[in-house]
Design a protein around this ligand. Structure first.
Ligand SMILES: *[C@@H]1O[C@H](CO)[C@@H](O)[C@H](O)[C@H]1NC(C)=O
Ligand SMILES: *[C@@H]1O[C@H](CO)[C@@H](O)[C@H](O)[C@H]1NC(C)=O
Ligand SMILES: *[C@@H]1O[C@H](CO)[C@@H](O)[C@H](O)[C@H]1NC(C)=O
Length: 243
């Protein structure tokens, strides 16, 4: 449990600071229901998954996909954005459209990058698989409903991530302390953490940017603590794509 939370924090913190925002779209939740209702199988063609992921990765980095280490993927993406700036996102959006089509559409995309399937497909442990799951859900949001806000606020959000490190660290410290004192209140503690992290972005960049970053954190929250998913709806106000 503690280890899981530490990983959660490591992911979300790196996520904010490195700035690749995102969130779990509401339509994902609806989507998983419709899978059950329609009795359709949550299938993924692993051969296509591997081919398409490689083609996507090779758009910004040469060589084989670093399956066993998602950090290498994140760093390559970050490096690409450091060079290209905000314009790089237009290319990533195009490549994402290609990727989704390549694996067989939006439903296949969610099935394929679900961490439970990735563990087998890529022969990786659950923590690494969850990192990949978070990454591809994030990219899907950033290149979907989050895209206009992302483009408009890219440099502002990046600036906050760079200059408000101590504030964000304080949010992490508060969360850690809350978990120690009130371990049974994990979901509420995470909600407080999301509110805390969103705040500097709202102040400096505006509510839509705050919501975008908050939803980025929420993806990790959803993957690592799915039992808290219903409470996640309480927050990330002003985020794009929210009904
Ligand atoms: C993953 O790659 C990064 C960057 O090269 C490295 O720092 C880290 O130690 C690697 N992690 C593992 C578990 O191998
Ligand atoms: C991932 O797959 C498992 C097993 O098929 C399923 O129970 C779970 O709901 C899926 N998660 C998402 C986010 O679709
Ligand atoms: C952290 O918690 C303390 C004590 O509850 C509170 O005063 C402070 O405002 C919190 N810091 C942040 C950044 O939320």
């Amino acid at each position: 449990m503690i280890q899981q939370l530490l990983v959660f924090l490591a992911v979300t913190t790196a996520y904010t600071v490195a700035y690749v925002p995102s969130f779990l779209p509401e339509h994902l939740a609806e989507y998983s229901h419709s899978v059950v209702d329609d009795s359709t199988k949550a299938t993924c063609d692993t051969t296509m998954l591997n081919q398409c992921t490689l083609a996507f990765y090779n758009q910004f980095a040469p060589g084989p996909v670093p399956f066993s280490n998602e950090t290498v993927f994140q760093m390559a993406l970050q490096q690409y954005l450091n060079v290209q700036g905000v314009d790089g996102w237009a290319n990533i959006k195009t490549w994402m459209n290609t990727l989704v089509t390549c694996v067989g559409g939006q439903q296949a995309y969610f099935n394929c990058y679900n961490w439970t399937g990735l563990m087998t497909a890529w022969n990786i442990n659950d923590l690494t698989a969850k990192q990949w799951n978070v990454r591809f859900l994030s990219l899907d949001y950033d290149c979907g409903p989050g895209y206009p806000v992302l483009i408009q606020n890219f440099y502002c959000i990046q600036g906050v991530a760079m200059h408000e490190g101590p504030v964000i660290q304080q949010c992490v410290a508060n969360f850690t302390a809350a978990q120690t004192n009130q371990p049974s209140m994990t979901c509420q503690n995470i909600v407080n953490y999301l509110t805390c992290v969103e705040y500097p972005y709202i102040t400096h960049c505006g509510p839509a940017a705050g919501g975008l970053v908050c939803h980025g954190e929420r993806i990790a929250y959803y993957v690592y603590n799915p039992e808290c998913a219903s409470q996640a709806q309480l927050h990330c106000q002003g985020a794009p794509g929210k009904k």
